[in-house]
Ligand binder design. Structure first.
Ligand code: IVH
Length: 683
């Protein structure tokens, strides 16, 4: 199947026929069981392409074409509506909206008296009939002329009162949807009943309204936006009346309907509602603009499909269809092994989504996902994007099963699969093994002889739970371990002893504080000068370090607090107590001239690229950067106008080229080694 993009044109009669077939099938599924083989944007794009083709080739228009029909011609029902339930025409940007408004004013022969701007709720239209103030029948929109009787579903719909505050005959119209919270609850319930979870809130609402005899109850929410049988009220006044009768309306939300005098004000309000979208507790797929007064509405009248006095300004969909490329397995602090979907990047509501959560392995199995599947991805606001469901009917046969890990991806030990959420059998100590291995690494404490196997052994024997425990290990304890002879023990203890005196930046790096790698650790150490000063820093102070933004500062401050007991123990062991002379704040250092930090690289911003040769060949990149900073310079990884010196080794590529372009001084490793000769490590 071909997906249409918004601008794609149908080039041949065959492509047109295929497009119509696809759209009719999608529409039938959508208004049938609520499933959606196409994302909203794809469906809208397809419809626009079909309409454009039909305009250019009027003799080829197929009878079953979805254009100009309510519900794309798909929905059927058997209870006639009192007054047709119309759809809305769409506009997709500010220009189209302005054009539409101008067209309406031309038709009226005068300006529209007032506009009303309100959210376009992403659910299903219903008509709720009241007699003497009592709810007697609820209908779906169906084909707009007749709908299906879904009265049985009414008592699960919040905001649709069984009895109004006045004993009147009236038909309320509005949208039924699952709020975000209701959607989540619905899927919890569905999974508990071994039912497939809903792909997204709207299909969940559609399925729930139609369902009979479900062994569980799923609550929905109603928002009224129109009525048959109330006085000639303007739209804003009508909404007030509906609320007074006891119905829920969007007036109860942050995106409340608002009267606007001019089209400019309308645009502004649209922007406000669009901006609120992510915070709203329910989905909207656009903003509806209506002529407010009853007189304007009456005079503009209705077309067969949509009123002429209202239009939907569509917003980009929060659901998109994309491909599931891979599944990654990440191990959390407590040993929980969580799957994460890697997606073909897709822009959802302005944000490029590449990863999405997949809850847990049994969830993957229940959803029947496969690598290569087209999947529905949902992202609303700050909610972490998630994969809802595969589009199984679009499989090509090239999909492959998702392979579940057989061993913990972090420490390699067994996985406890007895619960829904898989967990490394080591639980929290899986983290211990990983964090000990990290801390002992070359750029951290550089403890030779403390690799993977040894770390597992130490943790397993109960000798080491975190890195502070390394410094209390005794000769007897080590000798008691398998494959630990005298020599290895002596060497390991000596390496640990050396690490006790490691530079502050390395000890800090060894802690594995989130958001701090080697570079950031060196900056933090240089900025504060001692572990005590780092620990005394709050988020504001941390944000004063070059490269730490407010968000990262908060994370680091919180991590430090959490690490307090470990830091206390390290301090008691005299680890990381070495004091580094704090450098001058970056702002002063960069104005050059009288830099008091001293050293052969004082005031220089240095970038190292390519592989080092000569005396520098033994240094890791981190050690090179440490050297630069010892020499009074500032190390950075990318070349910019602020860079003053580039050390370019073998196979130096784009950074060297850029330095040449910018006319920055370039040294080869030997020249640089000569410059910092006195500061080279003596190993
Ligand atoms: S007014 C004659 N107002 O969007 C009045 N519709 O895509 C026609 N919808 O069929 C509807 N929010 O199901 C109106 N605030 C709102 C709406 C709204 C959502 C739905 C409704 C309509 C569909 C058209």
């Amino acid at each position: 199947m071909t997906f249409m993009t918004e601008n794609s044109a149908l080039l041949s009669p065959a492509a047109y026929v295929e497009a119509v077939t696809t759209a009719v099938a999608a529409s039938a599924a959508y208004y049938g069981d609520g499933t959606t083989p196409l994302g909203d944007d794809e469906y809208d794009g397809l419809l626009r392409a079909i309409a454009a083709y039909e305009e250019a080739h009027p003799d080829e228009v197929l009878a079953e074409s979805p254009t100009g029909k309510v519900a794309g011609g798909a929905a059927q029902g058997d209870v006639p509506h009192s007054v047709p339930m119309l759809s809305l025409d769409n506009v997709f940007d500010a220009d189209e909206l302005a054009e539409w408004a101008a067209g309406l004013e031309r038709r009226l022969g005068r300006p529209v008296a007032a506009w009303c701007v309100e959210p376009k709720l992403d659910g299903l239209a219903i008509a709720a009939r009241y007699r003497g103030g009592r709810l007697v029948q609820v209908l779906t929109r169906g084909d707009g002329l007749a709908g299906e009787d879904i009265t049985h579903a009414a008592d699960a719909v919040l905001g649709l009162p069984p009895v109004l505050t006045e004993p009147i005959d009236v038909e309320l119209r509005g949208e039924v949807l699952l709020t975000t919270a209701q959607f989540e609850e619905a899927n919890r319930i569905r999974l508990a009943h071994e039912a497939t979870p809903f792909a997204h809130p709207r299909s969940g609402a559609a399925g729930t309204l139609r369902a009979k005899d479900r062994p569980y109850r799923i609550e929905l929410t109603f928002f009224a936006y129109s009525a048959i049988g109330l006085d000639d009220l303007g739209h804003v006044a009508l909404l007030e009346r509906l609320a007074a009768l006891g119905a829920n309306t969007a007036a109860s939300t942050a995106a409340a309907p608002m009267r606007c005098e001019t089209v400019e004000q309308v645009q502004e309000r649209i922007d406000v509602i669009a901006g609120l979208r992510t915070e709203l507790p329910f989905g909207i797929d656009g903003v509806v603009v209506k002529a407010d007064t009853a007189e304007d509405q009456r005079q503009a009248g209705n077309g067969s499909r949509a009123p002429r006095w209202a239009v939907a300004r569509k917003l980009a969909a929060e659901h998109k269809v994309t491909r599931l490329l891979a599944v990654e397995w990440n191990v959390g602090r407590t040993g929980i092994i969580a799957p994460r979907a890697v997606l073909e990047p897709v822009v959802i509501d302005g944000v490029t989504v590449t990863y999405a959560t997949l809850h847990n392995p049994s969830d993957i199995t229940r959803r029947g996902l496969m690598i290569g599947d087209q999947v529905f991805v949902y992202r609303a606001g700050d909610v972490i994007p998630r994969v809802e469901a595969p589009l199984a009917d679009q499989r090509t046969g090239a999909e492959s099963p998702i392979v579940f890990p057989e061993a913990c991806p972090r420490c390699g030990d067994a996985i406890d699969t007895s619960e829904q959420r898989w967990r490394c059998v080591r639980g929290r100590s899986c983290q211990a093994v990983a964090s000990v291995i990290y801390a002992a690494g070359r750029d951290q404490l550089d403890i030779e002889g403390l690799g993977g196997t040894r770390a597992i052994q130490l943790v397993e024997a109960g000798l080491v739970k975190d890195i502070a425990d390394l410094f209390t290990l005794t000769r007897e304890q080590l000798l008691g371990l398998e494959r630990m002879g005298e020599t290895s023990t002596t060497n390991l203890l000596a390496a640990i002893e050396t690490a006790r005196g490691a530079a502050l930046s390395r000890v800090f790096c060894a802690l594995g504080v989130r958001g701090t790698g080697r570079t950031m650790s060196r900056r933090i150490a240089a900025h504060f000068g001692s572990m005590a000063a780092i620990r005394a820093a709050d988020a504001d102070t941390l944000a004063g370090v070059d490269g730490i933004g407010t968000e990262k500062a908060r994370v680091i401050a919180a991590e430090l607090l959490e690490l307090a007991p470990l830091l206390d123990r390290l301090q008691a062991q005299q680890v990381g107590t070495q004091v580094t002379e704090p450098q001058k704040p970056a702002a002063d250092a960069s104005d050059g001239e009288d830099d008091s930090a001293g050293g052969p690289l004082a005031g220089q911003a240095v970038v190292v690229t390519g592989s080092m040769t000569g005396p520098l060949a033994v240094l890791s990149r981190n050690e090179m950067n440490e050297l630069i900073e010892r020499a009074g310079g500032k190390a950075s990884s990318s070349v910019s106008k602020r860079t003053t010196l580039v050390v370019a080794g073998e196979k130096a590529g784009s950074k060297r080229t850029k330095a040449e372009e910018l006319g920055i001084r370039i040294l080869d490793p030997e020249e640089f080694a000569a410059l910092v000769a006195g500061l080279l490590p003596t190993t």
